[in-house]
Design a protein around this ligand. Structure first.
Ligand code: NAP
Length: 256
């Protein structure tokens, strides 16, 4: 029997086949899970639908996480189609481009709210809707974060602040939902070339810096995040909750 046989997983955050959410999807699907996908807008549907259908998914829905009505529709459909949910993957983040290049001190109220809403609050909203569907199923919720929450990474700026809120949310959600058997964890991944990463000024330098200084002397790939996601979302991680697990070739342990 496969690790995730009979399990249902909802994936938020696939933009294309380079998305971390896609690598996670492949790992979960490879372990036997049935997947549902959401996409943020019409343009993305063209990219997400063929990928999703290629691995047999039939629930593929629009969801802008800043819209409560979109979120409600997704979970109503999941309830109707599946009757329950075992795994929720949240791999979503957004900040205005200028907020990822100018000095952090210049972040305006609107840019701050937007980054927090899409990148941090959305986990809380999705978790709240997912939990009733996870009743009696030992559910698992997973989000994606980055070390810019803990240390200053030039240009990461407001996204670092949003990731700090996201990681704190992981702990508070783990505490809230633990009594219902639902686990909540985050993977803190090293830099990977994706659409979102392309928005961060100096991203190439980040890759170079990590490959020189990380204990493993290399960068990571999305497949390695997928394998860790499988571990955390399956019974292999049954006693792990509230954790932020680094998948970064060890970069975060370095002081000098
Ligand atoms: P990605 O492929 O661009 O995925 C980001 C996803 O967020 C996209 O599907 C994007 O859709 C979605 N999104 C943005 N605003 C949204 C909204 N309002 N509603 C719904 N979805 C929205 O990039 P990625 O690198 O795989 O990012 C996935 C997660 O991993 C993010 O949380 C990111 O911070 C995190 N992460 C990335 C790295 C890295 O180096 N790549 C490292 C550590 C952590 P649109 O394209 O339509 O905006």
């Amino acid at each position: 029997m496969q690790l995730l046989e009979g399990k249902k997983a909802a994936i938020f955050g696939v933009a294309n086949d380079r998305s971390i959410a896609w690598a996670i999807s492949e790992a979960l699907h490879g372990a036997g899970a049935e997947l549902a996908f959401t996409y943020a807008g019409e343009v993305l549907e063209k990219r997400v639908r063929p990928l999703a259908e290629g691995i047999g998914a039939h629930i593929i829905l629009p969801c802008d996480v800043t819209k409560d009505e979109d979120i409600e529709k997704v979970f109503a459909t999941l309830k109707q189609e599946w009757g329950g949910l075992d795994i929720l993957v949240h791999a979503i983040a957004f900040a205005n481009k200028e907020d990822l290049s100018q000095a952090y001190v210049r972040t305006n109220r609107e840019g701050f709210h937007l980054a927090m809403d899409v990148s941090a609050y959305s986990l809380v909203a999705l978790a709240r809707h997912a939990v009733p569907l996870m009743e009696g199923r030992n559910g698992s919720i997973l989000t994606m974060t980055y070390m810019g929450s803990e240390k200053v990474i030039p240009n990461y700026n407001v996204m670092g602040v949003a990731k700090a809120a996201l990681e704190a949310s992981v702990r508070y959600l783990a505490y809230d939902l633990g009594p219902q058997g639902v686990r909540v964890n985050a993977i803190s991944a090293g830099p990977i070339r994706t659409l979102a990463a392309a928005g961060i000024s100096g991203f190439k330098d980040m890759l170079h810096h990590v490959s020189e200084r990380a204990p493993l002397k290399r960068n990571i790939d999305a497949e390695e995040v997928g394998k860790t996601a499988l571990f955390l979302c399956s019974d292999l991680g049954s006693a792990i909750t509230g954790e932020v697990m680094h998948v970064d070739a060890g970069y975060n342990i370095m002081g000098m």
